[in-house]
Write a protein that binds this ligand. Structure first.
Ligand code: HDE
Length: 703
C-alpha cells in the first residue's frame, strides 16, 4: 500500500515533487487527513510542513515571515520556569484521602466530619538540596507535600519524611540552604551535604544537632517513597465549631512499613538508575499496587503542652509516639500518575498557609516564616498571580471572589459588579459562620528579637534519637558522619562537630573522631542547659523496628544463565507474586537465555544494566556451566558480592557455586544464603525476605 500523502487525491505528484519530498523526509512525516489530527500552530492554524523553515530558494536565507518557525522557537526558548530553590527534584501522583471517622469534637474542618468521605489529593515527594536533574538517592531529607482538595478549599500539608527541622527560626533558612547547596565559587558538590560550608554552618548551629542525627541516619536514603513516613513537623491547631482549640501534629504512616537502603548501595543506585524513586512510584501505580499511608494525629491540649519536657512550638523537637500515641484518622491512597509531569508535578504550588476552616497555625516561628514564604515563591516560579487558575492548583470546590485580571487570567468574575459591598445584590458575601476564623489567642510582650529560653536544649532529643536506634542503625549513623566529615577539608569544622557529638553520645563521638584521625578529643561543646539522660528510648524512631510484616511491594532480581531450570523459575515467580512482590530477570545478554528444557527465558536486564542494588533480594538461577562463564564477568561478580555486602537474602541453585566462589562469598556463610530446590525451600526464602535484610551479617562484611 502506498504511503499516505497530504497531496489531495487526484493531484499527481511530479518527479520533481517526489524528489523534493524525499530530500525533505516529507513522505515520512505527512499523514492523511482524518487519520490523525493535523498539526497546528498554537493559534490553531494547520501546518503544511514542520520539517523545513521558509526559505528563498532551497539554499537561500530564511524569511522573517515564517510565523510557524518563529512561534515554535519562541515557545521552546521559554520552556523552562525557575526550578524550586529548595525541593527542586520531585515526583508526584494523584489519589484520594479517605476519612475514617468524624473528628467533629476537635475540628470543624469539613474533611473530618463524615466517615468514608473521599477527598481528591495530589502528593509531591522531593529531595531538598539537589537541582531538578539530580539523582534520587542523595543523602537528604525528603519532602512529603500533600494537597487535599477539600470542600472548603485546598489544604496543603507541606511536610518532610523527618519530623524535626534544622533551625528554630525562619530567619536562618536562607543560611542553612546556602550552606548545603553547591559552594558558590566552585559550583559543587551537587545534591550533597558532604562539604565544608554545610558542616561549617551546622557546627556553628547547635540547634541543628537533633536533625543531624536523623539526616545521618538511613531515613535520608529511603528505599522508596512508598516506604517512608511523612510529618507535618510543626504543631498546628484544630478548632471545633465552638472555636475550642486543640494542638495537633500530623503523621503519615506507610502501609508497607519503613525501609531504607545502605549508603554504599545508595551510591551505586545513583549510577545504575538515578530515577530509582521515580521509577518505583511509577511502576507501583501503573501496575495497580497503589501506595497507601495512614494519617495519624497527635492531639493535645495546653495542659499537655505545659507539662511536656520541651516547647511544642520548637520545630527541632518531636513528641515521642510512646508518650502521645498518634490516632489514625484516615488514609491516603495514590492511584494515578499525572498526565503530564510539567503541567502537574512541576507547576503544583504548595503553600503552608492553605488551611481550611477548623485548622489553624501555632506560633512556631518557622511555620510563621513559611506562611510568608510560599506565596512569594509561587509568583517567582509560576510568574503570575493567577497560578491558582492552573488546573493542578485550582480548588475543586465552588469558589467566588472579586480578584481579577493580571497575567494569564483564565477566568474573571462575570457581570457588572466586581466589588463589595454593592447595591445590586450581586456577588459573593463573607460568612462569619462558615468562613475561616483564627483562634483568638491573646498575645502580648515586648517587641524584640529573641529566642525563647524554652528552645535552649539542643542535645537531649538528639541523644534520645540515637539511643532509640538498633545497633546496625547506630553504626550507620557513625559511618555517615565519618564519611561526610571526611569530605570536609577544614580540620576545625570536623573537631567542632565532634565536640557536639560528645554531648549526644560519647561512644559515637569517639568512633567518629578515631575514623577522622582526631587524636585528642576536643572539649564537649558548651550546652546552654544540661543534656538529659533520662529520656526513654522511643522504638517508633527506628526504621528496623518499624519494617513490614511481609515482602509485599518489594522486588526480587533473578540472575539466569543458559541451561537454567525454567520450571523452578515459574514456581519462584508464583511464590513471589503470591506475596505481593515482583520479580525481574537478569541474563548475561539482552534477549534472555535458553533454559534446560529448551524454552526461552526472557530477561528485563542484561547483567551490566541490572545490578543487584536495584533489588531487595536476589536469586541465582544458574547452571554450573553458566555460573562458570558468569564468574569471568565483573558485573556478575559485583551482582553477588554487593547483594551479600548489602545484607540481602540470596537464594541460589547448586549450580551457582562457581560464581559465589569467585565473588568471594562463602555459600554457607550465614542463614541469608539459601539453596533453592523444592517448593518448601522457596517458601522459606520468601519468609526470610520479609525481614528485608540480614543485619547480623554486617559485622562480617565491614562495608
Ligand atoms: Fe519549605 N519551601 N521552607 N520547608 N518546603 C519550599 O516553596 C521555606 C520548610 C517543604 O513539593 C519552597 O514552592 C522557608 C520546612 C517542602 O512543591 C519555598 C522555610 C519544611 C517543599 C520554601 C521552609 C519544608 C518546600 C520552594 C523556613 C518541612 C516542596 C518552592 C521558614 C516541614 C513542596 C516552593 C513541593 C518548598 C520555603 C522550611 C518543606 C522557597 C522560607 C520546615 C516539602 O517557598
Amino acid at each position: 500500500m502506498a504511503k499516505p500523502s497530504s497531496r489531495s487525491s487526484g493531484q499527481k505528484a511530479t518527479v520533481h515533487d517526489q524528489k523534493l519530498d524525499r530530500a525533505n523526509g516529507g513522505e515520512l512525516h505527512q499523514v492523511a487527513e482524518g487519520d490523525v489530527p493535523i498539526l497546528t500552530t498554537a493559534q490553531g492554524g494547520p501546518v503544511s510542513d514542520d520539517q523545513n523553515s521558509l526559505k528563498v530558494g532551497a539554499r537561500g536565507p530564511t524569511v522573517l515571515e515564517d510565523f510557524h518557525l518563529r512561534e515554535k522557537i519562541f515557545h521552546f526558548d521559554h520552556e523552562r520556569i525557575p526550578e524550586r530553590v529548595v525541593h527542586a527534584r520531585g515526583y508526584g501522583a494523584h489519589g484520594y484521602f479517605e476519612t475514617y471517622k468524624s473528628l467533629a469534637k476537635y475540628t470543624r474542618a469539613d474533611i473530618f466530619q463524615r466517615a468514608g468521605e473521599k477527598t481528591p489529593a495530589f502528593v509531591r515527594f522531593s529531595t531538598v538540596a539537589g537541582s531538578k536533574g539530580s539523582a534520587d538517592l542523595a543523602r537528604d531529607v525528603r519532602g512529603f507535600a500533600v494537597k487535599l482538595y477539600t470542600q472548603e478549599g485546598n489544604w496543603d500539608i507541606v511536610g518532610n519524611n523527618i519530623p524535626v527541622f534544622f533551625i528554630q527560626d525562619a530567619i536562618k533558612f536562607p543560611d542553612i540552604i546556602h550552606s548545603v547547596k553547591p559552594e558558590p565559587d566552585r559550583a559543587f558538590p551537587q545534591a550533597a551535604s558532604a562539604h565544608d560550608t554545610f558542616w561549617d554552618f551546622i557546627s556553628l548551629t547547635p540547634e541543628s544537632m537533633h536533625m543531624i542525627m536523623w539526616v545521618m541516619s538511613d531515613r535520608a536514603i529511603p528505599r522508596s517513597f512508598r516506604f517512608m513516613e511523612g510529618f507535618g513537623v510543626h504543631t498546628f491547631r484544630m478548632l471545633n465549631a465552638k472555636d475550642e482549640s486543640s494542638f495537633v501534629k500530623f503523621h503519615w504512616k506507610p502501609k508497607l512499613g519503613l525501609q531504607s537502603v545502605v549508603w554504599n548501595e545508595a551510591v551505586k543506585i545513583n549510577g545504575a538508575d538515578p530515577d530509582f524513586h521515580r521509577r518505583d512510584l511509577w511502576e507501583a501505580i501503573q501496575s495497580g499496587n497503589f501506595p497507601e499511608w495512614e494519617l495519624r494525629v497527635q492531639l493535645f491540649d495546653q495542659d499537655f503542652a505545659d507539662s511536656f519536657d520541651f516547647d511544642v512550638l520548637d520545630p527541632t523537637k518531636l513528641i515521642p509516639e510512646e508518650l502521645l500515641p498518634p490516632i489514625p484518622v484516615g488514609r491516603l491512597v495514590l492511584d494515578r500518575m499525572p498526565d503530564n509531569f510539567f503541567a502537574e508535578t512541576e507547576q503544583v504550588a504548595f503553600m503552608t498557609q492553605n488551611v481550611p476552616p477548623g485548622i489553624d497555625f501555632s506560633n512556631d516561628p518557622l511555620l510563621q516564616g513559611r506562611n510568608f514564604s510560599y506565596l512569594d515563591t509561587q509568583i517567582k516560579r509560576l510568574g503570575s498571580t493567577n497560578f491558582t487558575h492552573l488546573p493542578i492548583n485550582a480548588p475543586k470546590c465552588p469558589f467566588h471572589h472579586f480578584q481579577q485580571d493580571g497575567h494569564m487570567a483564565m477566568r474573571n468574575p462575570v457581570g457588572r459588579v466586581n466589588y463589595q459591598p454593592n447595591s445590586f445584590g450581586e456577588g459573593p458575601r463573607e460568612s462569619r459562620q462558615r468562613g475561616f476564623r483564627s483562634f483568638v489567642e491573646v498575645e502580648e510582650g515586648p517587641k524584640q528579637r529573641l529566642r525563647a529560653e524554652s528552645f535552649a536544649d539542643h542535645y537531649s532529643q538528639a541523644r534520645q534519637f540515637f539511643n532509640s536506634q538498633t545497633a546496625p542503625e547506630q553504626k550507620h549513623i557513625a559511618m555517615a558522619l565519618t564519611f561526610e566529615l571526611s569530605k570536609v577539608e577544614t580540620p576545625v569544622i570536623r573537631e567542632r562537630i565532634v565536640s557536639h557529638l560528645l554531648n549526644i553520645d560519647e561512644g559515637l563521638a569517639e568512633t567518629v573522631a578515631e575514623k577522622l584521625g582526631i587524636k585528642d578529643l576536643p572539649r564537649p561543646a558548651d550546652a546552654a542547659v544540661p543534656t538529659r539522660d533520662d529520656l526513654e528510648a522511643s522504638p517508633a524512631l527506628s526504621i528496623i523496628e518499624n519494617g513490614p510484616d511481609s515482602f509485599a511491594g518489594r522486588k526480587v532480581g533473578v540472575l539466569v544463565s543458559p541451561g537454567a531450570d525454567a520450571a523452578l523459575l515459574k514456581k519462584l515467580l508464583s511464590a513471589i507474586e503470591e506475596e505481593g512482590a515482583t520479580m525481574e530477570v537478569i541474563a548475561p545478554q539482552v534477549g534472555g537465555v535458553e533454559a534446560a528444557d529448551g524454552n526461552v527465558i526472557p530477561a528485563k536486564h542484561m547483567i551490566g544494566g541490572g545490578p543487584s542494588v536495584l533489588f531487595d533480594a536476589v536469586v541465582l538461577l544458574l547452571s554450573e556451566e553458566g555460573a562458570e562463564r558468569l564468574a569471568g564477568e565483573a558485573a556478575a561478580r559485583d551482582f553477588v558480592a554487593d547483594a551479600f555486602a548489602h545484607c540481602k537474602f540470596i537464594g541460589f541453585t547448586p549450580g551457582a557455586a562457581p560464581l559465589l566462589r569467585k565473588a568471594g562469598v562463602d555459600a554457607e556463610a550465614d542463614e541469608g544464603l539459601m539453596v533453592l530446590g523444592d517448593p518448601k525451600a522457596i517458601a522459606g526464602f520468601i519468609e526470610s525476605c520479609r525481614k528485608l535484610r540480614l543485619w547480623s551479617r554486617e559485622t562480617a562484611v565491614k562495608l
